[in-house]
Design a protein around this ligand. Structure first.
Ligand SMILES: *[C@@H]1O[C@H](CO)[C@@H](O)[C@H](O)[C@H]1NC(C)=O
Ligand SMILES: *[C@@H]1O[C@H](CO)[C@@H](O)[C@H](O)[C@H]1NC(C)=O
Ligand SMILES: *[C@@H]1O[C@H](CO)[C@@H](O)[C@H](O)[C@H]1NC(C)=O
Ligand SMILES: *[C@@H]1O[C@H](CO)[C@@H](O)[C@H](O)[C@H]1NC(C)=O
Ligand SMILES: *[C@@H]1O[C@H](CO)[C@@H](O)[C@H](O)[C@H]1NC(C)=O
Ligand SMILES: *[C@@H]1O[C@H](CO)[C@@H](O)[C@H](O)[C@H]1NC(C)=O
Length: 282
């Protein structure tokens, strides 16, 4: 138990204490230059979206930050990159918000977006029938809790995995909810894991969860940079590239992007310990 609490503490501390790189103000490398904004009727979130109207529909990504931080610009380069490929990303927390979020945030965001998608106005091109939840570290634990969110079809677990000894009734020191690893049996949505290799504090937990997950399409890969990934590198670095491929495939049905996962694309981009199962049904 002591060991698991220590692991929990370092999972959170590690992510919130990582050095802040200068946020690059790139509009992303995709075809739709993107930026973020806020909405007064959903004040605890940051929205990333193509800046100009698009000729294509925009699927939706709900994102939880590392440390469950309430700072929607914490992953700005990574989330701007995703949006520039034709997505609406709703990140937990307002820009520079303080304090912590929980799994209710992604649920609230999904309902708010669904009520506006496809209707005249800013979200006319948004397609809320195509929605994924994703999160890094503590945000991955929030993302696991979207397994019962009816709006969400896919889960993305970045540098995360259930914490040993956690359970739904016990709270981690920062007040966020953790669940026991056996909870993986309740996950019935296709799940993709993006880990940081053996030096990632979540490596063992994410690998364990991937192997325990059954009955759904799944993929796992490691890029050996540790727990903090490359999210704050220009355009989110290699994790940005991988996340875009994942979302282009599952939400935009882009067959070229699927090759990253099914035909050695990830390995060619130096992802290691790549495994998958059931991807043919996606
Ligand atoms: C926003 O978050 C704060 C806590 O950070 C909470 O007190 C407030 O109720 C939230 N606002 C809305 C509209 O959900
Ligand atoms: C939010 O994240 C950005 C990017 O990492 C950082 O520059 C900023 O200081 C953070 N804000 C707070 C209040 O932590
Ligand atoms: C967030 O805080 C950082 C300094 O920590 C500052 O550079 C940045 O402009 C702030 N962003 C917003 C949106 O307030
Ligand atoms: C689950 O939570 C309860 C209540 O906080 C606690 O008593 C119990 O030890 C926890 N179980 C595990 C395996 O951590
Ligand atoms: C499909 O994905 C590939 C790989 O990311 C990309 O080069 C291509 O532009 C995408 N096609 C469309 C129509 O978005
Ligand atoms: C993969 O690693 C090799 C050797 O370090 C390097 O030359 C190559 O540029 C890397 N490829 C990518 C896509 O990062």
């Amino acid at each position: 138990m002591i060991k698991s609490i220590l692991a929990a503490v370092s999972l959170f501390a590690c992510s919130s204490a990582s050095p802040l790189a200068l946020s690059d103000k790139s509009a992303g490398t995709g075809p739709y230059p993107a930026s973020w904004f806020t909405e007064s009727s959903l004040p605890n979130f940051t929205f990333y979206m193509p800046t100009a109207p698009t000729d294509s529909q925009l699927p939706v990504v709900l994102f939880g930050e590392g440390g469950c931080e309430n700072n929607g610009t914490r992953f700005e380069p990574f989330l701007t990159e995703i949006a520039s490929h034709g997505f609406l990303v709703v990140a937990n927390g307002p820009p520079n918000g303080t304090g912590k979020t929980n799994s209710q945030y992604q649920r609230d965001a999904s309902a708010w977006v669904s009520a506006r998608a496809g209707k005249p106005g800013r979200y006319a091109a948004v397609d809320a029938s195509r929605m994924a939840a994703a999160g890094q570290s503590c945000g991955g634990l929030e993302t696991y809790l979207q397994r019962d969110n009816p709006y969400v079809s896919y889960l993305g677990i970045f540098n995360s995995g259930f914490l040993p000894g956690g359970n739904a009734s016990s709270n981690l020191p920062d007040g966020t909810t953790s669940e026991d690893p056996s909870t993986i049996s309740q996950v019935h949505k296709p799940t993709f894991y993006f880990l940081g290799g053996p030096t990632d504090i979540a490596y063992a937990n994410g690998e364990r969860d991937y192997h325990a997950l059954t009955g759904v399409p799944k993929w796992i890969g490691n890029f050996n940079v540790g727990h903090s990934g490359t999210y704050r590198q220009p355009n989110g670095g290699v994790f940005g590239v991988a996340a875009v491929q994942w979302l282009q495939w599952v939400l935009q049905k882009n067959a070229t992007a699927s090759l990253f996962f099914t035909a050695g694309g990830a390995q060619a981009a130096n992802w290691t310990e790549v495994e998958s199962d059931g991807l043919g049904s996606l």
